[in-house]
Design a protein around this ligand. Structure first.
Ligand code: SF4
Length: 512
């Protein structure tokens, strides 16, 4: 090339306004093995009768449930969760267009289908897909599953909380103030009140409070020496207390035993989130999402309104049995699930528990803490414990402890005969009198069995596998696919969302 000559730039032919000779076929635009093809192939095998039954019939024709299911599953698989964005996708994204066969459902149709047609039955569709995985030998429903949970934030406003404790305190305050007013009335008009029964408001209610205020008002009405402050208080009480109490009753119904809920999503409970995007440590309204996995495939999911994982296991397993009419051979989970109740439940169901109890890791490193109740020998025949210097600790009674789920634990108490002058006292017992040991025999036995099981070859294998089986699934969903907050409100709708997330996760993994 001579000096001064420039390189000739060559562009590929480009003529956007020139029509191609033949229209492109969408089929050619979706490569083999593409996730859209996996969705098509799997959803085509699903029996949609459970969804079809939700259509009333008559009126204008509807989009086929299979088509809308594909749109939603592919949407959750490609991080498109909003119905408006899905509407956009079915108009301009070739993969969605191919899945829909060029049909263009709008956002209302997609949303109605997700909220109304999938609620309550999506789990059935999910289980059909898991059964397809099992048929192909990818998972086994009879083998061990790895269970864990994560909290996902609700779409609800973070500052619209209702606390159960505040309601309780406010009710107590009304009770105390009413009592003070009654006592004041007694002081002012003792004669008139001597035949009137005292106020009875152990179970305080709007009606009872109304009656009590009316009683006090009637007595004090014509008394000249009543302080203006008391009259003011009575007026305030008459106007506000019955109304406030009625509101508290409504709120307690919504709480249904929980500690809190959000006013903008009454099913959401305030929980501590691992991922605190506001970095302020505040509790956020959310749900507890539980899954059981095998080779990172989700075999079962459930959504809970409680923050404690141990309280979710029972209904989670019931869900598994209801879906597949069989039980997994074993459940592997972290110490958050290790409780007397859960060990007993799994034993009764014949499921092996590879679940650590809270002190398991410490025990493995340091051994069982010397002089702890767990080290005391139990003599079953005489129902007594043997203390570290060999003294008999006699059974002095039994008690009960009821857990948050209503499970009753039997606690037995034993007492040493004489701790005075014992050379071990400094390290064994620093309290007054003779040492008392409280023992939950059932839990002690479960811990012993679990300790042995977790230290078998199989137990060690499961313990190593747990963090790489179930935990990465949450990582996939929350971090890699950005699902950190629900898009819909209410337990029923958020359950549909976790169902779609779980199906999408399995299909993504199936393809990989
Ligand atoms: S302090 Fe009491 S319970 Fe502990 S070793 Fe001594 S006698 Fe036994």
């Amino acid at each position: 090339m001579g000096k001064g000559e420039s390189n000739k730039v060559v562009f590929k032919p480009y003529a956007p306004d020139q029509l191609t000779f033949l229209p492109y076929s969408l089929e050619e635009l979706v490569p083999q093995g593409h996730p859209a093809r996996v969705v098509q192939q799997v959803i085509d095998q699903v029996d949609t009768k459970p969804i079809n039954r939700k259509y009333k019939g008559g009126g204008a024709s509807s989009y086929h449930p299979r088509l809308l299911l594909k749109v939603l599953v592919y949407g959750y698989l490609t991080n498109v969760y909003s119905s408006r964005k899905l509407e956009e996708q079915v108009k301009q994204n070739v993969h969605f267009m191919w899945l829909c066969g060029m049909a263009k459902p709008d956002h209302n149709t997609i949303n109605r289908f997700r909220n109304e047609k999938l609620s309550g039955i999506l789990k059935e569709i999910f289980s059909q897909i898991v059964l397809l995985l099992a048929e192909q030998g990818i998972v086994s429903l009879k083998e061990a599953v790895f269970t864990d949970g994560t909290k996902i934030e609700s779409v609800a406003n973070k500052y619209t909380f209702v606390w159960g404790k505040s309601i309780k305190n406010n009710k107590e305050k009304i009770k105390t103030q009413l009592d003070e007013l009654w006592k004041y009335a007694q002081g002012v008009a003792a004669e008139e009140l001597k035949d009137i029964a005292p106020l009875e408001y152990e179970q305080i209610s709007p009606e009872k409070v109304k009656q009590a205020i009316a009683k006090i008002n009637a007595v004090l009405e014509d008394k000249a020496d009543v302080s203006p402050k008391v009259r003011q208080k009575l007026n305030y009480a008459k106007k506000n207390w019955p109304e406030n109490l009625a509101r508290y009753e409504e709120q307690e119904k919504l709480l249904a035993g929980r500690n809190s809920y959000s006013k903008t999503d009454t099913d959401a409970t305030f929980m501590r989130m691992k991922e605190d995007h506001m970095l302020n440590g505040q509790l956020k309204p959310g749900y507890n999402f539980q899954i059981s996995t095998q080779d990172q495939f989700i075999l079962n999911y459930s959504l809970h309104q409680t923050t404690n994982d141990y309280q979710t296991l029972s209904s989670h397993i019931d869900g598994y049995e209801a879906l597949y009419q069989q039980k997994p051979k074993a459940i592997v989970a972290d110490a958050g699930y290790g409780s007397d109740e859960n060990y007993s439940l799994l034993k009764a169901k014949g499921i092996e528990a590879y679940i650590k109890y809270n002190t398991f890791d410490k025990e493995q490193k340091e051994g069982i803490k010397a002089f702890s109740n767990d080290t005391l020998y139990y003599n079953e025949q005489d129902n007594c414990l043997i203390c570290p210097i060999g003294q008999q600790m006699r059974h002095i009674g039994d008690g009960q402890r009821v857990t948050a789920t209503g499970y009753v634990q039997l606690i037995s108490r034993y007492q040493a005969q004489n701790c005075q002058g014992c050379p071990m006292r400094g390290v064994c017992y620093q309290g007054q009198g003779n040492r008392i040991a409280e023992l939950n025999h059932s839990l002690r036995k479960h811990k012993q069995e679990t300790r042995e099981r977790l230290n078998t070859e199989q137990g060690i294998k499961y313990r190593k596998q747990r963090p790489v089986d179930v935990e990465p699934v949450f990582g996939q969903i929350k971090h890699n696919h950005g699902f950190r907050r629900f898009f819909l409100k209410g337990l029923t709708k958020t359950e549909v969302e976790i169902g779609l997330l779980s199906i999408a996760h399995n299909l993504r993994k199936w393809k990989a």
